[in-house]
Design a protein around this ligand. Structure first.
Ligand code: ZN
Length: 185
């Protein structure tokens, strides 16, 4: 009788200890929303495009910073597409422009546009291109989250008018948008 009580006491202490340790390892307020995302571009359709595109939470918007090389000189459409699937060599696995609001294609500064309509990126004579813009429609969490989708570079300039893709031609590079390991603050 005495021994079974002692075992019972030991079991009780172990169970309580495990419960305390278990609680301590749980996050207090749930998973933290991402504040920075990144996409590494890979070429499609025989292009030589390389580079990265970063997405950084800045107030109520998201700053988009792209640093690319290997483009033909001039303007190229830059869009977020529905699927983060770069497997098809022609980019057909990427779906259309990311458009959760089911609206018309337009330019990046238009109020009514696809969430994925980031406009154009312009390459210089050496094929290098930079883009740095604060966007108010894309988001790193919630309804318009771009995490797990893709950033896609186009053969030609986006005219901000032609439906559904701005007459920007072939998809010549893509990258999957993932949560960055670097904190942005
Ligand atoms: Zn669009």
């Amino acid at each position: 009788m005495k021994q079974s009580m002692r075992i019972g006491l030991i079991v009780g202490v172990v169970v309580i200890s495990m419960a305390v340790i278990g609680c301590a390892s749980l996050p207090l307020f749930g998973p933290k929303a991402p504040t920075k995302a990144v996409a590494v571009l890979r070429p499609l359709q025989g292009s030589t495009i390389q580079g990265t595109v970063s997405f950084i939470q800045e107030g109520s918007g998201v700053r988009v910073i792209a640093d690319l090389s290997g483009l033909t000189p001039g303007k190229h459409g830059i869009h977020i597409h529905e699927f983060g699937d770069c497997t098809a060599a022609d980019g057909s696995s990427l779906g259309g422009h990311y458009n959760p609001g089911n609206t018309m294609h337009a330019g990046p500064e238009d109020k009514e546009r696809h969430v994925g309509d980031l406009g154009n990126i312009e390459a210089d004579k050496s094929g290098k291109a930079k883009y740095n813009r604060l966007d108010q429609q894309i988001s790193l969490n919630g309804r318009n989250s771009i995490i797990g989708r893709s950033i896609v570079i186009k053969e030609k300039a986006d005219d901000y008018k032609t439906q559904p893709g701005g007459a920007a031609g072939m998809r010549i590079a893509c990258g999957v948008i993932g949560i960055s390991s670097l904190e942005s603050d």
